[in-house]
Design a protein around this ligand. Structure first.
Ligand code: ZN
Ligand code: ZN
Length: 327
């Protein structure tokens, strides 16, 4: 089968012909219909996340059709369409797993990082970490729901019931969450790279009450802020825009260093926290909410062979919504 391979961090992906994967016990073999490109893929390719499997097939926002069941796999029928997210396997026995926080599992394995992912024609996945996708979504349209949507949803959940919600970095996750937030009756304040008026227009088109530059103050103080851009200086900027008792949630897996800032920005019970990974409960909740809320995704498709171009467009911000590879 054709795949895009990372052979060493810091290198471009290489097109390769590799043996088709075989589903092991409890696994399904999927024909990949679409795989969205996540910023985490960039961090893996750039070597900002340690110890990836090598060589590696990246990609953890996979929509595929079940074409073979491994031994004992009985959750899906042949022909079923499923989504495969970042969380690929957890141990079930560590304190975190037993405490309902499998996203923090000490032994977790992640799709497109420690497990081969969806930048390929075929992939295998543990059936317990696959999810049915509502038929109202097309394959390409559904792919960004699997991480931008899911981990984005967890990020939003950790912001509590904030009414005035700031979102820093208006990319794939933000464009989905803005719709969820509007559906929930919240006000969205979108912050983009300074001068990115196209992204600001995009945010207003999705119902943002205000859109501006990340170095601007919003017209009213925020109840909470979500940060999706991997830019440490946004943390003090978001704190300065957030009112007393508000929370700033960092939604990415990697960020440049956070600069020193005066304690008064944190004081008055402001909170900074991060989000790591997802639980299967997050996926069940979000994938039920997405059709009910009428979420639509904006995508730009690329043939599988052009994965490097998709990554470079994501890196330079030359994208609206999400990049999706189609084998
Ligand atoms: Zn565990
Ligand atoms: Zn992701």
């Amino acid at each position: 089968m054709r795949a895009q391979l990372l052979t060493a961090p810091g290198r471009q992906l290489a097109a390769a012909e590799v043996p088709p994967p075989q589903p092991g016990a409890g696994q399904v073999l999927l024909e990949v219909r679409a795989c969205a490109v996540c910023r985490t893929d960039l961090h893996v390719v750039d070597g900002e996340l340690p110890h990836p499997k090598l060589p590696l097939i990246p990609g953890h926002e996979i929509v595929g059709t079940v074409i073979e069941n491994g031994k004992g796999a009985d959750r899906f029928a042949l022909g079923d369409r499923v989504g495969v997210p970042w969380l690929g396997w957890t141990c079930g026995v560590c304190d975190y797993c037993r405490g309902g926080r499998e996203n923090l599992c000490d032994n977790a394995r992640f799709t497109g990082y420690q497990i081969d992912g969806g930048y390929a024609e075929l992939t295998v996945a543990d059936q317990r970490y696959c999810f049915a996708i509502d038929p109202s979504f097309g394959d390409v349209e559904a792919a960004p729901l699997l991480c931008a949507g899911l981990i984005g949803y967890r990020t939003l959940r950790l912001a509590g019931d904030a009414q005035r919600l700031g979102i820093y970095g208006f990319g794939a996750a933000a464009h989905i969450l803005a719709q969820v937030a509007r559906y929930q009756g919240r006000e969205v304040y979108a912050f983009t790279r300074p001068g990115d008026t196209a992204a600001q227009d995009f945010a207003r088109g999705l119902g943002a009450a205000w859109a501006g530059n990340s170095d601007e103050k919003p017209p009213k103080p925020l109840d909470a802020a979500l940060i999706f851009a991997p830019v440490g200086p946004l943390v003090p900027a978001a704190l300065a825009a957030t009112r007393k008792g508000g929370t700033v949630v960092c939604g990415g897996i990697h960020m440049s260093d956070i600069p020193a800032f005066p304690y008064r920005l944190l004081w008055e019970e402001r909170v900074i926290r991060s989000v790591a990974n997802l639980t299967r409960r997050d996926a069940d909740e979000f994938l039920a909410l997405a059709p009910a809320a009428g979420i639509t995704t904006t995508t730009q498709t690329y043939p599988l062979a052009e994965a490097n171009r998709a990554l470079s467009d994501l890196r330079s911000g030359a994208l609206q919504g999400a990049a999706v590879l189609v084998p």
